[in-house]
Design a protein around this ligand. Sequence first.
Ligand SMILES: Cc1cc2nc3c(=O)[nH]c(=O)nc-3n(C[C@H](O)[C@H](O)[C@H](O)COP(=O)(O)OP(=O)(O)OC[C@H]3O[C@@H](n4cnc5c(N)ncnc54)[C@H](O)[C@@H]3O)c2cc1C
Length: 453
Amino acid sequence: MTNSLADGLRELVSDPARVLTELAVVEKLSKDFYWYSPVLKRQLEAKAADIAVQPIDVIEVLAIARYAGENGVPLTVRGAGTGNYGQCIPLRGGIVLDLSLLNKLEEITADGVAVCQPGLRLATLETAALQQGWELRMYPSTLARASVGGFLGGGSGGIGSVTHGALRDFDTVRAIEVVTMEAEPRVVRHEGPAVHEILHAWGTNGIMTRVWFALTPAVVWSQFTAGFETFEEAFLFAKGVAEGSEWTKRLVTVFEWPIPTFFTPVKQVVAAGKALVLMMIATAQLESLRSAAESAGGEVTFAGDYVGPRTQPLLSDYTWNHTTLWAMKADPTWTYIQAAFSPTDCLEQFRLLRARYGEEILFHIEFMKNGQGVMIPGAIPLVFFKSEERLNEMIAYCGEIGVFIANPHVNSLEGGGRYRADNIQLRAKRKYDPKGLLNPGKMIGFEPEALAK
Ligand SMILES: Cc1cc2nc3c(=O)[nH]c(=O)nc-3n(C[C@H](O)[C@H](O)[C@H](O)COP(=O)(O)OP(=O)(O)OC[C@H]3O[C@@H](n4cnc5c(N)ncnc54)[C@H](O)[C@@H]3O)c2cc1C
C-alpha cells in the first residue's frame, strides 16, 4: 500500500523528496502532545499514517486532495503538531499532509490584517507584525512552534485573550480559503460568519490554505510577577486587574502554591509558600501595577521588559498549557482539565472542589474575555491522576456545580466541548468531504455518504 501511495504522490509534487516514507519520520509526523492525557496516551500511541507529504503550494494541495479522494485514502492535515488532544493523529492511516512549507506571510494590510499561508509560525508572524507596529491579538503559549493553520484548526486562545477574547470572538479571523475534498476539489473562500464553519474543526471539513488574521496595534509590554499569602488574595487582586478597564494587559494568570515550585528555570520569581500572579502589562503602567500589588499585600518578585518572543526569561512559557508541562516534568502523574469558572460564583466553586478533592486539584487561572465582553476566570487546573473513572467523576462534578469543562481527554470534536451546537461544522463536512476522508473519526456525528444511504 505504502509503495503505491508513494508512487502516486511523487507524481504530484515538484520534488519527490517531499514524499516521506521512512517509518520513524512518518510516526513522528503522526503525533502531537496527546500524551498530556493519560487516557489519550493509551488510546492513541499505536496510531500513525502510512505516509507524509509536504506540499509547497495550493496547486499541489489540490492535486493531493484529488488523489486521496479518487483512491479513498484518509488525509490528515498537520501544522506543527503541538495540539494536545491527538487532533492531528490519523486514526485510520493514510496520508499526513504536512503544511509546514506552506508558510508565506503575503502582506500585512494597512488596517492590520495579516494575509498568510497556514504553515506560517505564529512567532514569525508576531516578529514581522511588530516591525510594522502591529502584534497578534492572542497566541498560544506554544508561540515559537505553532502554526497559524494549526491554531485556527485546533486552538482556542491564549496570551492576549484577557483583552481580545478567543479566536472565535471579535472578528479576529476575517477570512479563510479552504481546499475541499469533493469529487473535484476546489478552493472556497469563507468570509465573516462563514469562517466558523472551518474554525476549530480539527481539519475535518477542509484544508485551510490562506488566512486573513486580524492583528492589533503593538503595545510596549512588561512582564510582572508577585507572590501572595493565599490563593484567594492572589486571585482577587488578579481579577481586579483583569476586569479593570484602566489596565492595558496581555496576560493575567494565577497559580496556587505549590504550582510555582514546578517552574525550576525561573526560581527567582517564586516566593516560597505563596500563590503567584503573573502578568503582561503595558510598560507605562508597570509602576502603578507594582504599587497596586504591594497595597494588596503582594510581594513583587519580578518586573522587567518584554521584547518579543525571544525575551529571557519568557514568562509566558509557564502559563496556559505550559504550566501542565512543567508539572508533568516534576511528576508525570499530573494531568489537567480545561475549565471556565463562573465570574460571580467562582470562590464558592473553588471551595467546593477543594472540599471534595483536596490537593488532587490545584488551581491555575487564566483570565479571558468572552465574546460578550464578560471577564471569565478561565482555568487549566492541574489534576493528580488516579484513574479514568475518578477523572470523569471530577469532570461530571464540575458540571454539577456550574463549572464549564472543555474535556481534553477525548479525541473527538464533539467530546471536547467546543463543537458548534448549530452544526455548521458538520454541514460543511457534508458539503466538502462527503466521503469522510479528512481526519476521519474525529467528527463522530458525521456519517460518510456511503453509510448515510
Ligand atoms: C505546552 C503546550 C501549551 C499550549 N498552550 C496553548 C494555548 O495557550 N492556547 C491554545 O489554544 N492551545 C495551546 N496548546 C495547543 C496547541 O499548541 C495550539 O492549539 C497550537 O495553536 C496548535 O498549532 P499547531 O500548528 O501545532 O497545530 P497542529 O497540532 O498541527 O494541528 C491542530 C489541529 O488543526 C488541524 N490543522 C492544522 N493545520 C490545518 C489547516 N491548514 N487546515 C485545516 N486544519 C488544520 C490539524 O489537523 C489538527 O486537527 C498548547 C499545547 C502545548 C503542548
